[in-house]
Design a protein. Structure first.
Length: 330
């Protein structure tokens, strides 16, 4: 059994409940004392995981020193806060602690993958990611879930796979760290789009088209950025895309519904909370232009989110693009 410290009590709470159930020594940290107090008083995270008991065996704290003696340190926080938190914990983290990121996105302004951010701030530690189709609402309820662990260190992947998986949480290894991270990040704008078309009252045909052609965009851009094509056919690619595009648990999907119903994008995001696809769309489009990769769906999403274009006009532009063969790469 491992000593695990989880930074972030959103998705992190679900992971804490699951790993505590299977005998690990788990600590969950939050920046917000009121969040810790609410969980302790209610015995559950009522806002994010209503009805799921948080066992008293999980240590809850706001003290950064909680990272000082763990075997595995899990970052389960929004992408925009990863560097800030890493800088705050770096003086406490032991060199032999494995650092695992479960967030999905890019760092704003630098466009860096989150493992790159963590490697810059914690250069002496081995870095890994856990990614794939995994909603907190289901992990916390012990629903069978299958994800991927990826790292540049094979021994690190083996250790995390053997230590963290259980009979309800199966972990596969994948050495393509770049591809695994990009699949998890780039599916979020596509999920936002699927929510938009559902909010517009369009049908399953449209959503299926968005998911399929969205996967083509994710793969094109991911390969251009150094990922392996086959990675995007796996759990961290198409698997994560399916669950995020189709589930009401997805904040990207929920925000998209509001946008499709006529609520301005910025207002919809504020109403839902953390919506990684909103920020990621702008970053992904900028990266695509740098690599000369066509991403028409993400481009039109940016027009809707940042330039005031109506979703209906975006659909019309996508449907009116020049005809091409499906197997064309670009």
């Amino acid at each position: 059994m491992a000593k695990i410290t989880i930074l972030g009590c959103g998705f992190g709470t679900a992971l804490a409940i699951m790993w505590d159930k299977y005998g690990h020594n788990v600590t969950a940290w939050s920046k917000y004392q009121e969040e810790i107090d609410a969980i302790m008083n209610d015995g559950e995270h009522k806002r994010l995981l209503p009805g799921v008991i948080v066992p008293p065996t999980i240590r809850l704290t706001t003290d950064m020193n909680c990272v000082s003696d763990c075997d595995i340190l899990v970052f389960a926080i929004p992408s925009k806060f990863v560097r800030e938190v890493a800088q705050k914990v770096k003086s406490y983290v032991k060199k032999d602690t494995i650092v695992v990121n479960v967030g999905k996105g890019f760092e704003e302004n630098t466009d860096k993958r989150l493992s790159q951010v963590l490697k810059e701030e914690l250069p002496d530690n081995r870095i890994a990611v856990l990614t794939g189709p995994s909603h907190a609402e289901e992990i916390g309820r012990n629903v069978p879930t299958t994800i991927v662990v990826s790292s540049e260190d094979e021994d690190c992947m083996m250790y995390l796979q053997e230590t963290l998986q259980n009979d309800r949480f199966r972990i596969y290894r994948n050495s393509d760290l770049v591809g695994c991270e990009l699949g998890g990040a780039l599916k979020n704008p596509i999920a936002l789009c699927c929510g938009i078309v559902e909010g517009m009252g369009l049908g399953d045909n449209t959503i299926a088209a968005l998911m399929t052609r969205g996967l083509a965009e994710i793969t094109r851009l991911g390969v251009a950025m150094g990922g392996k094509r086959e990675t995007f056919d796996g759990l961290s690619g198409v698997g994560d895309l399916i669950v995020t595009c189709t589930s009401s648990h997805s904040r990207n999907h929920r925000a998209g519904l509001l946008i499709g119903q006529g609520i301005p994008a910025a207002q919809a995001v504020k109403q839902v909370g953390t919506v990684e696809g909103y920020q990621c769309a702008k970053i992904a489009y900028a990266i695509a232009r740098e690599h000369n990769v066509q991403v028409p769906i993400i481009e039109q999403l940016c027009e809707v989110c940042y330039n005031g274009q109506s979703p209906l006009e975006a659909v019309s532009k996508l449907m009116g693009r020049p005809s091409k063969a499906e197997e064309e790469i670009f």
